[in-house]
Every structure is written in structure tokens, then in C-alpha cells.
Design a protein around this ligand. Sequence first.
Ligand SMILES: Cc1cc2nc3c(=O)[nH]c(=O)nc-3n(C[C@H](O)[C@H](O)[C@H](O)COP(=O)(O)OP(=O)(O)OC[C@H]3O[C@@H](n4cnc5c(N)ncnc54)[C@H](O)[C@@H]3O)c2cc1C
Length: 311
Amino acid sequence: MHPVRSVLLAASESRWMRTHAANLPVFRKAVRRFMPGEELEDALGAAEVLRQQDGIATIFTRLGENVRDVTEATAVASHYLDACDRIEQRGLDTQISVKPTQLGLDIDPARCRDAVLRLAERAERQHAMLWIDMEQHGYVDATLELYHAVLARHRNVGVCLQAYLYRTAADLQAIVAAGGGVRLVKGAYKEPATVAYPKKPDVDAAYLSLATTMIKAQTAGDGFRAVFGTHDQAIVAAIQAHARAAGVPPGRYEFAMLYGIQHGVQRRLARNGHRVRVLVSYGDHWFPWYMRRLAERPANVWFVARTLFAR
Ligand SMILES: Cc1cc2nc3c(=O)[nH]c(=O)nc-3n(C[C@H](O)[C@H](O)[C@H](O)COP(=O)(O)OP(=O)(O)OC[C@H]3O[C@@H](n4cnc5c(N)ncnc54)[C@H](O)[C@@H]3O)c2cc1C
């Protein structure tokens, strides 16, 4: 792993950094490149602009993870229920994506499952999908268990799978068989070589192979939803070519990208008739998430440095 990437991912897991560095004006200013603001209202405003200017739909996620307190986890669930109301009032095509550990997976898995069930039910009334993020590898079993439990009651739920994990091909097969939804990503955490491919070319190859399985599942037409969460243009082009060859029209699968990354590509895809969704993050617990964004492209560190020296 690139040494800068390794340092940034270590910083993302440091409580000390989260408490101290997150208050530095340089980070507060630089993070604005990836999030429109800390409030739900900021995300709603960004979603309206994306819809009006580019015809792009959105996904919201309130930043935060590893909540250690039941009251806090309950507040997060209530927040998302309120967010669904506000999305509906504004008539936005916006989905919600939740982190299980933010809904209390570490403290009380049953309570976390109840919260996700309530959110899936709320999303269903809005004819929207509810997405479950994937966190570090130690959470994969519990997250997939949660996902399958919710899928048994609500078909509008999807889960994120990470191409860098060796186990993902088997996890994907199980989900395809159950007829759910998958958002495929490369994976954002610092993982050991015992569980994840350490080299980027291997991750990219795994991503393409998993994407091929997902496109094949689309041809079966059994309700499986395929979402490709990537900014990698070579991979985007390969998926498009593969889908075309398999006779899967662009409207049957979706690309998802992060707010502030490859906006030109997002617009071009939407203009060319592809389904594109942009994940808009907000909230005040942004530090670990921001460090993972820097780690994805160590050149981003220069952007922080420029912010530091800009007048
Ligand atoms: C919608 C969505 C949801 C996600 N959910 C999860 C999740 O639940 N769990 C999880 O582990 N990960 C998640 N991720 C993050 C994902 O795992 C990757 O870390 C991230 O998407 C970068 O990988 P990439 O596929 O874009 O490819 P890369 O090979 O990393 O990047 C390809 C190109 O995209 C551009 N790019 C990528 N990242 C950045 C960046 N931060 N800043 C500037 N340019 C960049 C660069 O030009 C780069 O060359 C999500 C990503 C997306 C888009």
C-alpha cells in the first residue's frame, strides 16, 4: 500500500485525530470539496441543484460510525426518518444509505435491525431503495445477516459489497440468489492482506469480474438491482461495453459516485441516458470519512496544502 495512503487510513481510525484535527480550519475548509455542508438542509439544497442542472438523482448519508450509546443510535434513526419526510416534501429522487455501526450494531444488533426495518418500511412507502453501507471486514458477517433479515420483509433494500475482499464473490452469489440489490465498490478501509487484495490491479480485476456477475444477474430479470459505485472511468467504460454486449439496456443498472468527485463524468453519463446517482454526505462527524477520501487519491493532500496557504 502507498505509504501516504497508509498514514491517512491510520489517521481515519485515530480518536485523537478525530477530536483535535477535525477542528482545524484547514480541514474544515478543505472538506467542503466533498460535502456541501454539515446540515441536512445543505444536502437537500445540493440535491435540488444536481436534479435541476444535471438531471442527477442522489443518495444521502449522515456521517458517523461506531456509535457507542443507545440514545445516539436512536437519534440517528429518527434523523433519517425525518430526512425521508423532508425528501418527500421536496419531491426529490433521493435514497438513504446507512452505516450499521451508526445505528448501534456494536451495542445492540437487534435494536439496529429494528431501526433498519423501520427505515426500509419508510423508504418503501416512498418507492425508494434503502442502502446499507459496508464497513471494516469484521462487520461483513453481521451486516449481511442484517441485510438478509431486512430483505426477507422488504424488497427495496440493497447492500454495499467491497471488491477488495477475497470473500465477496461468494457473498455476491448469495445475494443474487436472494434477488436483492448490490452497490459494488472497491473498498475504502485499511484491511490486512489476509482478507483483502493489497494491490490495486488485483482489486480492479476483482471489481470487473464481480461487475460481470452483476450484469449477468440483470439479464435474468429476477429483480436484482445492480449499482456500480466507482469513479474509475476505465471500469465504467468496461461495464457499459459488457452490458451492451449482454443486451442489458443502460436504464437497468446504475452508476453511483461521490459528491465533488468527477462531476464532469457524472454529467456526461446522465446526458447520455445512463442512470447516475450522487452520494451526498453531511453531518459533523466527517473526519474519518474525509481521511478515507484523501487516502483514495493521495494527490488530494496537495489540495489541503493549497487550502492552507491560500489567502
Ligand atoms: C456511491 C458510493 C458509495 C460508497 N460506499 C462505500 C461503502 O459503503 N463502503 C466502502 O468501503 N466504500 C464505499 N465507497 C468508497 C469506495 O470503496 C472507494 O474507496 C472509492 O469509490 C474510490 O474508488 P474508485 O472506484 O472510485 O476507484 P479509484 O481507482 O480509487 O479511483 C478512480 C479515479 O477516480 C478519481 N477518484 C477516486 N476517489 C477520489 C477522491 N477521493 N478524490 C478525488 N478523485 C478521486 C480519481 O481520478 C481516480 O483516479 C463508496 C463509493 C461510492 C462512489
